[in-house]
Design a protein around this ligand. Structure first.
Ligand SMILES: [Fe+2]
Length: 386
């Protein structure tokens, strides 16, 4: 863990409103802040699930909906975010609401910044480039997993370079995060499982990372307490509202935790694989968690016992903790989803190099991960052919 005598900073959303039905109060919340012109950002999936109308109609009835954009693509390209920023700027709004999963919230964060501060999204790629806050934002997640409403990171796609890029700056933190579990009630089972397991991995990695602050570790443990009894339950019974509630708050806490600590090697290995093959992020992180926690075992005996206790799995030995993660990935269908993807053996070494070179995610990992380690783990976990 970080040496607290050296000091550390924590960054959290300015205000968090939670509870079933909290998003029904959006118009009132905006009016309470004196925001009279509201811009709503979302995507077609949220629209077809009926959630866009549910949120937009009361804003329109209150006479404060000044514009909307519902064409955010997955892993939003920089050009789309530039277009969105232009629309926000020309609508001259007081606040931007991002309603959706990680892609919608990430696009909203950067577009709101660009709309006020000028330039283009590419100007803000990197760490600490914002130079101040953007148009105020309200982030409203419709999945329980990414935790993006709680973080100051946005992941976009540089289509020209063919890479994912990150905008990282505390100025991206939401003015208000609204965590309303009712918005997740209709999520398809595969999304519930992948996003939920990713939230669990965020909590674990935030807790064990070498850069974890005491606040992040507290948040991560509480995230584990919420997620542990709920993840398998909500995958078995999508109508279990109490489990939905726990997953929504758990993934939010896990997001705050890794924003103030770091994700680690599970995410380092997940990114090159997700970049090459279209596999849902949570399927990958869920299936690699066991193997990497086995790798981390020598440094994490006490931490895994604490996490196991929080998750209601018991104070497990490291090997049993890793086995339990593998069993969860199998039981909720993530293992079967990953097994359907055949990875050519020629891809393994380049992916392992990319993973090991990702210092941002490898350096915080409790045990060093070399390219050879990454290659061995890819071969163990993936369905490799050729
Ligand atoms: Fe993740």
């Amino acid at each position: 863990m970080i040496d607290i005598r050296q000091g550390y900073e924590n960054h959290l959303p300015r205000r968090v409103i939670t509870g079933r039905g909290a998003s029904d109060r959006l118009a009132e919340i905006c009016q309470g802040r004196g925001w009279k012109r509201v811009f709503l950002v979302s995507d077609r999936g949220v629209e077809s699930a009926g959630l866009l109308t549910r949120v937009a109609a009361p804003l329109a009835d209150a006479g404060i909906l000044a514009g909307q954009f519902v064409d955010v693509s997955p892993e939003p390209p920089l050009a789309d975010v530039a277009l969105l920023a232009e629309q926000i700027r020309s609508a001259a709004v007081d606040v931007v609401i991002g309603l959706g999963g990680g892609s919608v919230m990430d696009a909203t964060k950067v577009a709101a910044l660009v709309a006020l501060r000028g330039g283009g999204p590419a100007d803000y790629v990197g760490i600490g480039k914002a130079g101040g806050r953007g148009v105020p934002t309200i982030l409203v997640p419709t999945t329980a997993g990414t935790g993006s409403e709680a973080t100051f990171v946005a992941i976009l796609t540089d289509t020209a370079a063919g890479t994912k890029v990150g905008v990282v700056d505390p100025s991206l933190l939401a003015d208000i995060a609204i965590v309303d579990p009712a918005l997740t009630d209709g999520l398809p089972p595969a999304v519930t499982a992948a996003a939920g397991m990713d939230a669990l991995v965020h909590a674990i990695e935030a807790f064990i990372a070498r850069v974890a602050t005491p606040i992040a570790r507290g948040l991560a443990l509480e995230a584990a307490r919420q997620i542990g009894p709920a993840l398998e339950r909500v995958c078995r019974d999508p109508g279990d509202q109490e489990a939905r509630d726990r997953m929504a708050i758990g993934s939010h806490l896990a997001g705050m935790a890794f924003a103030n600590s770091s994700c680690c090697a599970v995410h380092a290995l997940a990114l090159p694989l997700g970049g090459r093959f279209h596999i849902p992020h949570g399927v990958i992180t869920g299936c690699f968690a066991g193997a990497l926690m086995r790798h981390n075992a020598p440094a994490c005996t006490a931490d895994f016992a604490a996490l196991g206790t929080a998750l209601e799995w018991g104070a497990l030995e490291p090997r049993a903790f890793a086995d339990r993660l593998d069993a969860t990935a199998r039981d909720i269908g993530l293992r079967a989803a990953l097994d359907r993807v055949v990875v050519p053996t020629a891809d393994i070494a380049p992916m392992a190099r990319d993973a090991a070179n990702n210092r941002r995610l490898i350096d915080p990992n409790p045990v060093a991960v070399t390219a050879a380690d990454a290659e061995r783990i890819y071969r163990n976990v993936l369905n490799v052919a050729g």
